[in-house]
Design a protein around this ligand. Structure first.
Ligand SMILES: *[C@@H]1O[C@H](CO)[C@@H](O)[C@H](O)[C@H]1NC(C)=O
Ligand SMILES: *[C@@H]1O[C@H](CO)[C@@H](O)[C@H](O)[C@H]1NC(C)=O
Ligand SMILES: *[C@@H]1O[C@H](CO)[C@@H](O)[C@H](O)[C@H]1NC(C)=O
Ligand SMILES: *[C@@H]1O[C@H](CO)[C@@H](O)[C@H](O)[C@H]1NC(C)=O
Ligand SMILES: *[C@@H]1O[C@H](CO)[C@@H](O)[C@H](O)[C@H]1NC(C)=O
Ligand SMILES: *[C@@H]1O[C@H](CO)[C@@H](O)[C@H](O)[C@H]1NC(C)=O
Ligand SMILES: *[C@@H]1O[C@H](CO)[C@@H](O)[C@H](O)[C@H]1NC(C)=O
Ligand SMILES: *[C@@H]1O[C@H](CO)[C@@H](O)[C@H](O)[C@H]1NC(C)=O
Ligand SMILES: *[C@@H]1O[C@H](CO)[C@@H](O)[C@H](O)[C@H]1NC(C)=O
Ligand SMILES: *[C@@H]1O[C@H](CO)[C@@H](O)[C@H](O)[C@H]1NC(C)=O
Length: 546
C-alpha cells in the first residue's frame, strides 16, 4: 500500500522538465545566502554578522535583484535551504542560514511564502536562468539534547526510531590521510553538532525514511520547478542512498563532500552527478594566498581528479568549482593583494566543470570564518562599477565566448601548458588562462609555445582588454601587468556587441555550437570549519553548528 503510493508519486516526478548535467554545463552559478542578499522592499537594515540573527533577506528580494546577478553574466543561482528551520535563538544564534531543518515539509517563512518561491523560479526561467536549491538530508536540528522528537518534529521524524542512536562524530572518526584510519560507519551514523545544538542523524538505513526523502525530493523539484540541487553533508550518509535520491530529484545534483583527498571524494561521483571541487579548493587557496604558495599542487590535484572522477569516464560536469562559500573564510580577508585575488577568482571559470561564485566576492567582501563571511549584500549598495564586478563579467564573457567558438569547449579537460609553481598556464581551447601568484608588484613574463591558436591569430586578454597576437606557431608571449591574470580568447570569439572589450572584439555573436536548453542541477553547502587554511587536517574534523 505504502509502496504503491510511493511508486505512483515517483512516476509523477518531473523527469521530462528536469535539467540534466549537460544542460548545466554551460552555466555559471552565483551562490547567495538568502537572508543576506536582498530585502523585499529594497531597504538596507543593519546586519551585524556576529549577532547571527535573521537580517531580512527574502526570495522576493532576490527577484528584485536578478538584473544585478544576470548583469555579471551568471545564468544560475544557488539559494540557501528553503525549508522550515528551528525558530528563535539558540546557543549558536538563529537559523538565518537555513541549515537547521525542523520540518522539511514546510517552507521557511522568514524567506517568503510558497508563491514567493514559485515566483522566484518563474522569474529566473523567464530570463533563461536556473534555480539551484540547497538541501539538507542527513539530519534535523534540535535546540536541546536529547531532542524532543514528538513535539519538535512532524511525521515520519516524530519518533526517536527515525534517527541513529546518538553519538557525536569527532576528529578521530575521519579518514586521516595518507593512512585511512578513520571509521566511515561513525561518519555516516553518528551525529554532527554538539550537546547544545545536536543535529539528529536520520536513519537512512531505514526504508521508510528512504522512501520519505525520495518522495520529498521528487515533489520539491516539481512543486517549485527547481533546476538543480546542492546537497549538504553528503559524506555523512551512505553512498548508495544518493543514487536513488538523485534519480528521484530528476535534476543535476552536486554534493558537498568536504575533504581534500581526491581518493575519498572521487567515489561519490559514482552515486551523484557531481561534487563540489573541494580537493582542488585546498591547494587553490594555499597556492594563491601568498607569493610563497605552490601552484603545482593545484595542477597535481586536477590531474588526480581527471583520472579518478566520473562514473567510468571523466566528464567536466562531475564537478563544480569555487573559491569561496558560506563555510569558509572569504579569500579577500586573507590577502590584501588585488592581483592574487583576481588570479584566484579566475580559477573556477577556467577549471573543468561548473563555476560557482559566492555573493559578495564581487564587492570585495573580506569576512573571516562563519559567521563573518555571511555579510549583508545591501550594505555594498550593489555597485556595479567595482573592479571585481567587472572581473566577474570578464570571466563569464570569456567562458561563453570560448564555448561559442568551440563545441567541444566544455567537454575538453584542461591541460597545463606551463607549471613552474608560481606560474600556471591553463588551456581549455580556445581559452588560455595565464595565472600567477607573484603579486601586484610583479610582471610575470609568459612564453607558451604551441598554445593551439592559429598562426598570428588576434587574441584578447579579457582582464586587461589588451590585444595579444599569437606567433606563427600559435604560441603566446606576453607580460602580465601588475601580476594580474591573463585570460585569452580569440578576438573573433568575442562578440562586437558584447559587454566586454568591445573595441577589440571582432565576433558577430554567431555561435558555432548550439546553446543548450534549460536544465537543473542540485547542490548543497554546509557550515564546517576550515581545516586546510589553518593547517589542520585533510578532513574537517570540527563541525561548527552554524
Ligand atoms: C542568543 O543566545 C545566546 C546564548 O544563549 C546569547 O549569547 C545571545 O545574546 C542571544 N541572542 C539574542 C539575540 O537573544
Ligand atoms: C572520539 O570518539 C571515539 C569513539 O567514541 C572515542 O573513543 C574517542 O575517545 C573520542 N575522541 C575524542 C577526542 O573525543
Ligand atoms: C566503526 O564504528 C562502528 C559503529 O560505532 C563500530 O561498530 C565498528 O566496530 C567501528 N569499526 C572499527 C574498525 O573500529
Ligand atoms: C508536495 O509539496 C507541497 C509543497 O510543499 C505540499 O503541499 C504537498 O503536500 C506535497 N505533496 C506530497 C505528495 O508530498
Ligand atoms: C554510474 O553507473 C552505474 C552503472 O552504469 C549507473 O547505474 C549509475 O546510475 C551511474 N551513476 C551516475 C551518478 O551517473
Ligand atoms: C610544489 O608542489 C609540487 C607538487 O605537489 C611538489 O612536487 C613541489 O615539491 C612543491 N614545491 C615546493 C617549493 O614546495
Ligand atoms: C559571423 O561570423 C562567422 C565566423 O566568422 C561567419 O561564418 C558568419 O557568416 C558570420 N555571420 C554573419 C551574419 O555575419
Ligand atoms: C554566443 O552565441 C549566441 C548565439 O548562439 C549569441 O547570442 C551570443 O551573443 C554569443 N555569446 C558570445 C559571448 O559570444
Ligand atoms: C545545431 O542545431 C541544429 C538544429 O537542431 C543542427 O542542425 C545543427 O547541426 C547543430 N549544430 C551544431 C554545431 O551542433
Ligand atoms: C590534505 O591535507 C592534509 C593536512 O593539511 C595534508 O597533509 C595532505 O597533504 C593534504 N592532501 C592533499 C592531497 O592535498
Amino acid at each position: 500500500m505504502r509502496a504503491a503510493a510511493l511508486l505512483s508519486a515517483l512516476l509523477a516526478a518531473p523527469a521530462a522538465l528536469a535539467a540534466s548535467a549537460s544542460d548545466w554545463q554551460s552555466r555559471t552559478i552565483y551562490q547567495l545566502v538568502t537572508d543576506r542578499f536582498a530585502t523585499t522592499d529594497g531597504s538596507g537594515p543593519a546586519c551585524d554578522t556576529s549577532d547571527r540573527v535573521y537580517c531580512g533577506g527574502t526570495w522576493q528580494g532576490v527577484i528584485n535583484k536578478l538584473d544585478y546577478i544576470q548583469g555579471m553574466g551568471f545564468d544560475a543561482i544557488w539559494i540557501s535551504p528553503v525549508v522550515k528551520n528551528l525558530e528563535g535563538n539558540t546557543t549558536e544564534g538563529q537559523a538565518f542560514h537555513g541549515y537547521w531543518t525542523q520540518d522539511p515539509t514546510q517552507l521557511n517563512q522568514h524567506f517568503g511564502s510558497e508563491s514567493d518561491l514559485q515566483a522566484l523560479s518563474t522569474a529566473l526561467h523567464k530570463r533563461g536562468m536556473y534555480l539551484m536549491v540547497d538541501v539538507v538530508i542527513n539530519h534535523l536540528a534540535a535546540p536541546t539534547n536529547p531532542p524532543q522528537y514528538t513535539s519538535l518534529y512532524s511525521a515520519p521524524f516524530n519518533t526517536d526510531s527515525s534517527f541513529h542512536n546518538e553519538c557525536f562524530i569527532n576528529a578521530t572518526d575521519y579518514p586521516n590521510p595518507p593512512v585511512y584510519a578513520g571509521n566511515q560507519t561513525r561518519v555516516e551514523q553518528c551525529w554532527l553538532g554538539d550537546n547544545n545544538l545536536p543535529l539528529a542523524d536520520i536513519n537512512t538505513e531505514n526504508q521508510d525514511l528512504v522512501n520519505f526523502w525520495y518522495n520529498w525530493v521528487a515533489n520539491m523539484t516539481k512543486t517549485y520547478s527547481i533546476d538543480g540541487l546542492r546537497i549538504d553533508t553528503v559524506k555523512h550518509v551512505r553512498q548508495d542512498f544518493w543514487t536513488g535520491f538523485s534519480q528521484n530529484a530528476g535534476v543535476w545534483c552536486v554534493g558537498e563532500v568536504l575533504a581534500n583527498e581526491t581518493q575519498y571524494v572521487g567515489p561519490y561521483t559514482k552515486f551523484l552527478p557531481a561534487v563540489l571541487d573541494y580537493p582542488t579548493w585546498f591547494p587553490l587557496i594555499n597556492g594563491f594566498m601568498t607569493p610563497q604558495g605552490n601552484l603545482s599542487a593545484i595542477a597535481d590535484t586536477v590531474q588526480q581528479t581527471q583520472s579518478t572522477y566520473g562514473n567510468g569516464s571523466y566528464n567536466g560536469n562531475v564537478l563544480a568549482s569555487f573559491l569561496e562559500n558560506h563555510d569558509q573564510p572569504r579569500f579577500g580577508g586573507q590577502t590584501q593583494d588585488q592581483s592574487l585575488i583576481m588570479n584566484a577568482m579566475a580559477w573556477p571559470f577556467v577549471q573543468d566543470g561548473i563555476p560557482i561564485m559566492y555573493y559578495g566576492q564581487e564587492q570585495a567582501y573580506s569576512g573571516g570564518a562563519d559567521p563573518a563571511n555571511r555579510e549583508a549584500l545591501w550594505l555594498s549598495g550593489y555597485e556595479t562599477d567595482k573592479p571585481l564586478v567587472k572581473h566577474a563579467m570578464a570571466l563569464n564573457a570569456a567562458r561563453k565566448a570560448a564555448a561559442n567558438a568551440s563545441s567541444s569547449f566544455y567537454s575538453t579537460p584542461i591541460k597545463f601548458l606551463q607549471n613552474t609553481g608560481t606560474q600556471l598556464a591553463v588551456s581549455k581551447p580556445p581559452l588560455l588562462a595565464l595565472l600567477s601568484n607573484q603579486g601586484s608588484s610583479s610582471s610575470p613574463q609568459w612564453s607558451v609555445a604551441s598554445a593551439g591558436y592559429k598562426a598570428n591569430e588576434d587574441l584578447v586578454d579579457v582582464v586587461s582588454c589588451t590585444k595579444v597576437t599569437a606567433d606563427s606557431n600559435g604560441g603566446v608571449s606576453t607580460t602580465a601587468q601588475s601580476g594580474k591574470p591573463v585570460v585569452l580568447v580569440p578576438a573573433s570569439a568575442l562578440p562586437k556587441s558584447g559587454s566586454v572589450c568591445q573595441s577589440l572584439a571582432t565576433g558577430n555573436g554567431t555561435s558555432t555550437t548550439n546553446q543548450s536548453s534549460a536544465a537543473a542541477p542540485r547542490a548543497g553547502l554546509h557550515w564546517t570549519s576550515l581545516a586546510a587554511a589553518l593547517g589542520v587536517a585533510a578532513f574537517i574534523a570540527k563541525v561548527v553548528v552554524a
